[in-house]
Design a protein around this ligand. Structure first.
Ligand code: DO4
Ligand code: MG
Length: 282
């Protein structure tokens, strides 16, 4: 969103942002995701203003408005192994990793999503928490992947580890997800199955965890994940789909209030969020 006032969508060049015409379909993410992919390039060209604002003065928001955020589970071997270590019910994770049907879950409604720089939460009733750095697909109303962004699927390992049926409580709560900092269009990402993802966690100015992976490690294709998501669901406003984590800190690690989570994906950018502890009714 360029400057104070009304949020707007814009075209980010290296140092500048050119806002789109608020009256056009590009005045909202819902409008943008209503366009078929074949019409998007033309609309992006036609509706962007000649004026620009300095990107450094803009306060970036999560690049969503009405979209649900869904997520895939156990798409990387590393995630399967971590779930089997933490869980009292190990078999379900191995079974879902090998199964034809992927694990998909509703991760967040828009108001539960934090944008760049906004806090993500660990729950007051959780004792073991991690960020999950994930490539997120931006899918339009026509089931087409129009772009990519970065997702943080904040997760309670203690709650999910106690019983896999607690998954919605481990995953879905206030400020449980972050998305951003921008959308890289499909045309700008030549091979989304070969993107490096890096996670860095800082505590009091020290790096307390650093890890990386590649989307080449994902055990399923994005077409398969998007196709299963649309079995029995329509998304007239578009949808964001996080594709799973391949980076899990060691079992001795848990997030703490004040940590800074930095997730970088090649060609998209870096998503940074501070961590807060949310004691609602505990
Ligand atoms: O099965 C639990 C969810 C795992 C997950 O979110 C992931 O693999 O990213
Ligand atoms: Mg995840």
């Amino acid at each position: 969103a360029p400057g104070p006032g009304q949020p707007a969508i814009g075209w980010l060049e290296s140092e500048t942002i050119r806002p789109f015409d608020a009256e056009s379909p590009l005045g909202s993410i819902r409008g943008l995701l209503g366009l078929p992919l074949a019409d998007l390039a033309d609309a992006l060209e036609r509706h962007r203003s000649a004026d620009s604002v300095e990107a450094s003065t803009a306060h970036l928001l999560a690049p969503i408005d009405e979209q649900e955020v869904w997520a895939c589970g156990v798409t990387y071997r590393r995630s399967r192994d971590a779930r089997m270590e933490e869980s009292t019910q190990k078999d379900v994770y191995d079974l879902v990793y090998e199964a034809e049907r992927p694990e998909l879950f509703l991760k967040a409604t828009p108001r539960r999503v934090s944008g760049p720089g906004e806090a993500v939460a660990i729950r007051g009733d959780s004792t073991w928490d991690v960020p999950e750095p994930e490539l997120a697909l931006i899918v339009n109303a026509h089931r087409e992947v129009v772009g990519f962004t970065i997702g943080n699927d904040m997760s309670s390992r203690s709650i999910e580890g106690e019983n896999p049926l607690y998954l919605p409580q481990a995953k879905v709560y206030t400020a449980c997800a972050a998305v951003g900092p921008a959308i890289a269009l499909t045309s700008e990402v030549p091979d989304p199955h070969a993107l490096r993802i890096e996670l860095m966690i800082e505590r009091a100015g020290e790096v307390v965890f650093r890890g990386d992976t590649s989307t080449a490690e994902i055990h399923r294709s994005f077409d398969e994940l998007v196709s299963y998501l649309h079995r029995g669901n329509t998304f007239p406003e578009g949808v964001v789909l996080m594709t799973g984590t391949g980076i899990v800190p060691p079992d001795s690690f848990t997030l703490a209030e004040g940590d800074l989570v930095h997730i970088t994906i090649d060609g998209i950018g870096t998503l940074t969020n501070p961590v807060m502890r949310l004691d609602i009714d505990t």
